[in-house]
Every structure is written in structure tokens, then in C-alpha cells.
Design a protein around this ligand. Structure first.
Ligand code: HEM
Length: 412
């Protein structure tokens, strides 16, 4: 924690390295002393209590539409970001958004793509195979949890069907995804834009191919699916599928990495789950509650001035719904700082709530379960994360881990 935050004042820098490592003490103070806290550095309100996060996900006084934000800058005409801001699920009126959700959500069930579980298994097995019997330091993020979600979304949508250049596709998608993060450098967004031109050409080619010859994938499904008379046009399919790459990959990579590292940090639980795989789904949820989301989280923007817990929120200001704040709120979770896979996590807010509840939540849970299951097969006893070797990359105000070095031991 920053010096100032420990000494009484709640002034802190959002990007301080100490807070990134351990935001929990500060979050406890914020929840108790100032649950809707003004962060001067970003001119936004940090909301840390579970009940408030729960309410604000669906509160009519706020929206997820970024165009309402007082610092909003319109992305370049023709870019994916411009399309998502103007026509993505956050921008649409409630009725159109609900129709689009039904179509896209339907495509992500066995009705749309009948072989989702099989596709996940194939991809996870493909990346897990070379990790069996390995020794020394292995970067599980680079070799395992980063490629899996991109390739899974690629296979499910049909954009990167088995056999195409997965590596090239992953690289393009990763660059595009970075452009979606808030508070990134202009240079990152420009690179994302350039890569999107190539990615969308790729998606468009797939759409053309599926028109001629449909397959068991989301693009083929969306080309014919209808909600009443409503049907997605081809431009929307290209953009929605590209946007899905952003929504469903970085989140799942980080969730998968946290599932593995949290179990490695709790070896007794790891061995319990290793011996009884029916515990995997509940272990995944507890890893997400315990470790996913630190100080920050999803954003909402005030549609008008309003008062909230005595705070005067101004039109256009952002409210940041703290993931770590909600996940470790003691009024909802007994002894929240204890990792306990036997607790009831049914109310977890990691996938949001209500109108914008994550469309890929079931897919993500299945992927994370498969990732954990496969990791339990290849992680040798005693494997541990080598924290000093974790590499990070800066994307402007925001910094992310880009490696997860795990010591697999010497094989003896
Ligand atoms: C661990 C993995 C994931 C996490 C933690 C996660 C989290 C979330 C959250 C919190 C929201 C709500 C955002 C808001 O209300 O502002 C959301 C929305 C969404 N997610 Fe996920 N997600 C994950 C994986 C996925 C996957 C795999 C897909 C699909 C391939 C996906 C597709 C979407 C879409 C399309 C939305 C927008 C829904 C709407 O606006 O109606 N997500 N996700």
C-alpha cells in the first residue's frame, strides 16, 4: 500500500505497485470508511461494497455506454472500437440489445454450436500435451493460458478452424484486444486498429466461406439465426465476432492463470482436487472469488447528476465497480480472505449481473474447468510459482502480467 494510505488519509495511486500486489488492506478500509470513494487521479468513484456493486450493475442511473463518459474520445471512423461504441451491446437500446443477446447467446449453446465441450477439450489437450514431464521453469501463461482462450473462441466462432494458422490468428487477436482496455496509450490503440483491419478481413472471408458451406460454428449459426423477424446483418456478424475475441480471451487467460496459481499457493487443496475431480467446478469459482479482480473493475457512467451514499456523482463521471471489493466483502462471505472451496459462491459477481451478464459465462466456466483439470494432470508435486520472475508489461496507466513462471522441479 502507498505510504499515504497506511497513514490515515485514503489518498493512493491506482497504479502503485504495492497495491497491485496486495489491495486487500486498502479495500477493507475503503469498504468500512468510504465505500464510494473519489479517486482524484482518474476523476472517478471507486465502489467497494458487494451490495453496491450488485445494484450498480443494473442501476438505471448509470450505463455501460462509454460515449457517456466525460473523457470519452471518439475512436477513428471505421475502426472496431468505433463500431463497438456505436453499435455494440452496451450502446443499443434495451429491446435491440436483448434480441442480439438472444441470438449470440443462442449460438453459444449446443443449439448453436453442438460441439463446444469437444472443441474446448481438443484445444486444451493440444496445449497441455507438451507440458507433461517438463522440468525447470515453465511459463504457463505463454505456453498454456494465453493461447487456449483465443484458439477456443477462434474454433467456436469458426474464424480459426482447426488447421489454420493458430499462432498468426492469436497474435492478431492479442493486438486487437489490447485496444479495448481503458486507460491505454494512444500507440497501443493505433496498433490495435491496424491489426483489426487484417483480423476483420479474415473474419469476413470466413463469413463468405460459411455462406457457401455452413459448418458447426457460430458464424454459420448467426448467418441464418432469427429472433422473430430480426436477423444480424453481415457487418454486425463480423464486428460482433471480432468483439467476442476481446470479451472472451484476456478475461479467460487471466482467470485460467489465477486458477492455477491459486491452487499452487494452496497445495493441500490442490491435492484434494487432484484426487477428486468432481471438485473442479467449485474450485474454479472459489479461485475466481479469491483472486480475480483487485482494486478496480467494470465501469459504469452516470447518465445524470445523482447522490449515492451521500456522494454527489456528476453526469458523465465513471463509477468503478471493484471486483476485489465485492469478492472479499465480509458481509457476504464469512472469513473472506480464506481460500475455501467448500463455501457457497452462487452469488459471485465476477461475470456481472442482469442486462449485461456475461454471455460467455458458461463457456468461460467450462474452459477454466478444462484448464484446471489438465493442469492437475501435468503439474508435478511441489510445483510453485516463481514470483520474482514474473514479467509485466505496461500499456499506459495499466500494467498486466505477461508471464507465469512455474518451477516444475528437476523431474526426480
Ligand atoms: C473468466 C472469463 C470471463 C469473465 C470474468 C467475464 C466477465 C464479464 C463481465 C463482468 C461482463 C459484464 C460487463 C458489464 O456489465 O459491463 C461480461 C460481459 C460479456 N462477456 Fe464475459 N467474461 C468472461 C469470459 C467471456 C467469454 C469466454 C465470452 C465469449 C466468448 C464472453 C463474452 C461476453 C460478452 C459478449 C459480454 C457482453 C454482454 C452484454 O453486454 O450484454 N465473456 N463478461
Amino acid at each position: 500500500m502507498t505510504a499515504a494510505a497506511t497513514e490515515g488519509s485514503l489518498d493512493f495511486r491506482f497504479d502503485s505497485p504495492e497495491l497491485k500486489k496486495s489491495p486487500w488492506a486498502l479495500l477493507n478500509r475503503l469498504r468500512e470508511e468510504d465505500p464510494v470513494h473519489y479517486v482524484e487521479q482518474m476523476d472517478c468513484w471507486l465502489v467497494t461494497r458487494y451490495d453496491d456493486v450488485y445494484e450498480l450493475f443494473n442501476d438505471p442511473r448509470v450505463t455501460g455506454d462509454r460515449r457517456v463518459w466525460k473523457y470519452y474520445q471518439r475512436p477513428k471512423e471505421g475502426s472496431l472500437f468505433r463500431w463497438v461504441d456505436d453499435y455494440g451491446l452496451m450502446a443499443l437500446d434495451r429491446k435491440t440489445q436483448a434480441m442480439q443477446r438472444r441470438l449470440i447467446g443462442g449460438g453459444l449453446t449446443p443449439r448453436g454450436v453442438s460441439t463446444i465441450d469437444q472443441k474446448i477439450k481438443e484445444v486444451v489437450d493440444h496445449f497441455a500435451k507438451p507440458l507433461h514431464g517438463r522440468t525447470g521453469i515453465v511459463d504457463l501463461m505463454g505456453e498454456f493460458t494465453t493461447p487456449i482462450p483465443v484458439v477456443v473462441v477462434g474454433h467456436i466462432t469458426g474464424v480459426a478452424a482447426p488447421g489454420v494458422d493458430d499462432r498468426r490468428f492469436s497474435q492478431l487477436a492479442q493486438e486487437v484486444i489490447r485496444g479495448f482496455f481503458n486507460y491505454v496509450d494512444e500507440e497501443v490503440r493505433e496498433r490495435a486498429d491496424e491489426n483489426y483491419v487484417q483480423l476483420s478481413a479474415w473474419v469476413r472471408e470466413t463469413v463468405e466461406a460459411r455462406k457457401r458451406e455452413p459448418k458447426d460454428d457460430l458464424i454459420s449459426y448467426l448467418l441464418t439465426a432469427k429472433d422473430g423477424d430480426f436477423q444480424l446483418d453481415e457487418e454486425s456478424i463480423v464486428a460482433q465476432v471480432s468483439a467476442m475475441l476481446a470479451a472472451g480471451t484476456e478475461t479467460t487467460t487471466s482467470g485460467g492463470t489465477l486458477c492455477i496459481t491459486t491452487l499452487l499457493d494452496h497445495p493441500e487443496t490442490l491435492e484434494r482436487v487432484r484426487a477428486n475431480r468432481s471438485l473442479v467446478p467449485q474450485a474454479v469459482l472459489e479461485c475466481l472469488r479469491f483472486a480475480f479482480g483487485g482494486l478496480g473493475g467494470t465501469q459504469r457512467y452516470a447518465l445524470d447528476d445523482f447522490e449515492y451514499h451521500g456522494r454527489k456523482i456528476q453526469k458523465g463521471q465513471a463509477l468503478m465497480l471493484s471486483g476485489g471489493g465485492a469478492n472479499r466483502d465480509p458481509s457476504v462471505y464469512d472469513d473472506p480472505d480464506t481460500f475455501d472451496i467448500d463455501r457457497d459462491n452462487s452469488g459471485i459477481l465476477v461475470f456481472g449481473r442482469g442486462q449485461h451478464y456475461c454471455l460467455g459465462a458458461n463457456l468461460a466456466k467450462a474452459e477454466l474447468g478444462a484448464i484446471m483439470d489438465a493442469a492437475l494432470d501435468f503439474l508435478p508435486p511441489g510445483a510453485h510459482v516463481v514470483k520474482e520472475l514474473i514479467e509485466t508489461e505496461s500499456l499506459g496507466t495499466f500494467e498486466r502480467n505477461k508471464s507465469c513462471p512455474v518451477d516444475f522441479g528437476d523431474g526426480r
